[in-house]
Design a binder for this molecule. Structure first.
Ligand code: PLP
Length: 316
């Protein structure tokens, strides 16, 4: 607050907390209101955020009463509106549709006297995880969003806002890979061949959470021909801990290094100690040079927050 940052408020509770924090007679807090735009898009339901039945943001029906209430508040100054329709989206239409919804909200906010300058359209642009994925380029996405916002504002006679976006995955996902060592192999005759690796859902929770697909290759033989179908199993105590299911892959031996591609977004950041498995190290590679940027967790790291209860301490 003292640095004049803009705060994104997602719901009435956020506003109530902020109202208490702002000192009486102090400068108003700069607010950006996040609302649900009511836009459906074809992505996994867990990463869809803009449809009406979403936990994120003010419901569109709440927008008018909330903006009306805030219009009379000395502690708040609404300078921005925010919406995010979801993630890993391949179509451009939902992004285009968002512009009209946001321009309507902008018009409403300005009519109620709010000095809204910023429109934040979130992120959501998908990336290619498997060959059949065909996402638009970042350029195409930006063009569609910018043109749609400009047109929607012109149609409503609105002065153009400052356009903001928050792409995540599309910027970083393809710059990361996850490196595993191949372990055991189990052939279930006539059903499936499991090949296990020394990681899984704790370093990549996306397949078990959203049934996400990936591409993999062998580090030393990246172009080797596929000659069998395997299911790449993680090492966690869940049958669902499968990184890639029914994958055409070259025969591989235990000890070989296997690489899962495009894990630069929502992998390390969503990694966990599921089953008390330590997280792997992270290495930055640039022009042939490698540098450790996060060290591998050790068993003692996992015990760092554990405390021995006093009553057990004294047991001999
Ligand atoms: C509010 C918000 N903005 C932006 C993003 C980034 O989305 P993406 O990585 O799909 O571009 C997310 C991701 O969850 C988000 O929740």
């Amino acid at each position: 607050y003292s640095h004049g940052v803009m705060v994104v408020a997602d719901n009435q509770h956020d506003l109530d907390c902020l109202a208490e924090l702002v000192p009486k007679g102090g400068a108003p807090v700069r607010l950006m209101l996040r609302f649900t735009p009511g836009i459906e898009c074809h992505t996994h339901e867990y990463i869809r955020t803009g449809h009406l039945d979403s936990k994120f943001g003010f419901d569109p029906d709440q927008l008018q009463p909330v903006l009306t209430a805030l219009a009379g508040c000395a502690w708040a100054r609404v300078e921005g509106l925010h919406a995010h329709i979801g993630s890993q989206i391949f179509e451009l239409d939902p992004h285009r549709d968002l512009a009209a919804v946001m321009a309507d909200a902008l018009k409403l906010a300005r009519e109620l006297g709010h000095p809204v300058r910023d429109l934040n359209v979130g992120g959501g642009l998908g990336i290619r995880y498997v060959e059949s994925d065909d996402p638009p380029s970042i350029d195409a996405w930006v063009k569609v969003v910018a043109e749609a916002v400009t047109q929607a504002c012109r149609e409503r006679g609105l002065e153009l806002p400052r356009l903001m976006c928050e792409p995540g995955r599309s910027l970083v996902a393809s710059s990361g890979v996850t490196v595993y060592t191949v372990g055991a192999r189990k052939v279930v005759p006539g059903i499936r061949t499991y090949v296990s690796v020394d990681g899984g859902m704790s370093d990549n929770p996306r397949p078990i959470t959203y049934q996400s697909l990936y591409t993999a290759c062998l580090a030393d033989r990246p172009l080797a021909q596929a000659d069998e179908t395997i299911t790449l199993a993680g090492k966690h105590c869940e049958s669902g801990d499968v990184l890639l299911k029914d994958l055409s892959f070259p025969s591989c031996r235990s000890g070989e290094v296997l690489v899962v591609l495009a894990t630069g977004a929502y992998n390390l950041s969503m990694s966990s100690n599921y089953n008390r498995i330590p997280r792997p190290a992270a290495v930055l590679v640039h022009q042939g040079e490698a540098e450790l940027i996060q060290r591998r967790e050790q068993p003692e790291d996992l015990l760092r927050y554990d405390l021995m209860p006093d009553r057990l301490r004294s047991v001999k």
